[in-house]
Design a binder for this molecule. Structure first.
Ligand code: ACO
Length: 327
């Protein structure tokens, strides 16, 4: 049994916040944000939490594939901004879409989360035990943003996207993967540190950190442009595919300059790299499936066409993950 992507879907909350609107909240400006990141606007969720964004994206992709929620056998949600620590976002999505009591769980690999989840789901579908698998990436990043910290607040947005996998008796679609983590650099991007709280002790653990997302922007930038091109080269080698043979590279949408630097290092034209951070900012685990859904909806990628794509996530953990797929 092999896993194949048979549908894509995405959902953005309706409130669009252009850079100019952030100028009213903090000392920043449209020109700085655009020139450093490429971002022009983001969508922020007023009332819909992560599970609702994911649920709405899931319903869209099921409708497109004409598959009932009752046929879904597995739900995986990648998120670093769940509604609760428990229940998992995936359990809430299961209820929201009206799926059966099937296996549902979250994974957290920050901006690499969707690619991690896709890798896990592919193996589970391959086992023959799960026919239809929903793989979602969803975030309400605005929950963990310090809206007074201009160095992070301008970068992120909310949204969700995903794919529906089906187990089929066809040739392999997931050609290769290259997936890593480096916990030694984990503290260069953190959010919501939960401290110890022994009721018999007067102290908590030594690491005192903010509830909000904190990051060393330079370190993350350098990590991205060093590790990602090496990972993509490795992926192409494992998948026995020339870099130029890949139709599109859909990278995590953190920053236009990062995508440009990666393209340059790989000696590939920017026309092979799709971007949408201009409109949505960095939506962490949601960025790749939202982009994939847009490119499929635009007709530039066709499911079942044999076109080749590379999906690459990179970010908190630190983590980085690439998958080469023949659609
Ligand atoms: N508006 C105006 N000025 C700002 C803003 C802002 N929003 N933010 C910072 N500045 C100022 C700084 O205070 C600094 O001023 P100073 O020189 O007077 O001290 C100046 O701009 C330059 O700041 P730097 O942080 O050095 O700017 P840099 O060129 O490194 O760009 C950025 C910052 C865009 C965050 C960059 O480091 C980056 O893209 N890093 C990648 C991080 C990232 O994308 N993380 C997302 C999460 S992880 C992931 O998804 C991979």
């Amino acid at each position: 049994m092999e896993a194949k992507i048979i549908s894509t879907g995405s959902y953005l909350p309706s409130t669009r916040v252009p850079n100019q609107q952030l100028e009213t909240l903090m000392d920043t400006n449209d020109e700085w944000i655009k020139s450093r990141t490429g971002i022009e606007a983001r969508h922020l969720s007023e009332t819909e939490n992560t599970s609702v964004l994911c649920g709405k994206a899931a319903i869209k992709m099921l409708d497109k594939a004409n598959v009932s929620a009752l046929e879904v056998d597995l739900i995986i949600v990648a998120t670093m901004t769940p509604d609760y620590q428990t229940p998992s976002t995936a359990c809430l999505v299961q209820e929201y879409i009206g799926a059966r009591q099937v296996m549902a769980f979250d994974i957290n690999a920050a901006c690499s989360g969707f690619v991690y989840a896709l890798s896990i789901a592919e193996k589970m579908v391959q086992s023959g035990n799960f026919r239809y698998a929903l793989v979602l990436g969803g975030e309400v990043m605005s929950k963990v943003i310090d809206w007074e910290d201009r160095s992070t607040a301008v970068l992120f947005g909310d949204g969700a996207g995903g794919v529906l996998l089906k187990g089929v008796n066809e040739k392999k679609s997931f050609l290769a993967e290259d997936i890593h983590a480096d916990g030694s650099r984990g503290l260069s991007l953190t959010a919501r540190h939960l401290t110890t709280q022994d009721p018999f002790s007067k102290t908590t653990d030594e690491i005192q950190q903010s509830d909000y997302l904190k990051m060393d922007g330079r370190a993350i930038f350098d990590f991205s442009i060093r590790n990602v091109p090496a990972s993509i080269r490795q992926l192409a080698e494992i998948g026995e595919t020339q870099l130029a043979e890949v139709d599109y590279y859909l990278l995590h949408q953190a920053n236009y300059r990062i995508v440009e630097a990666i393209a340059k290092k790989l000696k590939l034209p920017m026309s092979k790299f799709k971007t949408n951070m201009q409109r949505y900012g960095n939506t962490s685990a949601a960025s790749i499936p939202i982009l994939l859904d847009e490119v499929v909806s635009a007709g530039e990628l066709k499911l079942g066409s044999g076109q080749k794509i590379v999906l690459t996530g990179f970010g908190g953990g630190l983590t980085w993950a690439s998958i080469l797929i023949e659609l």
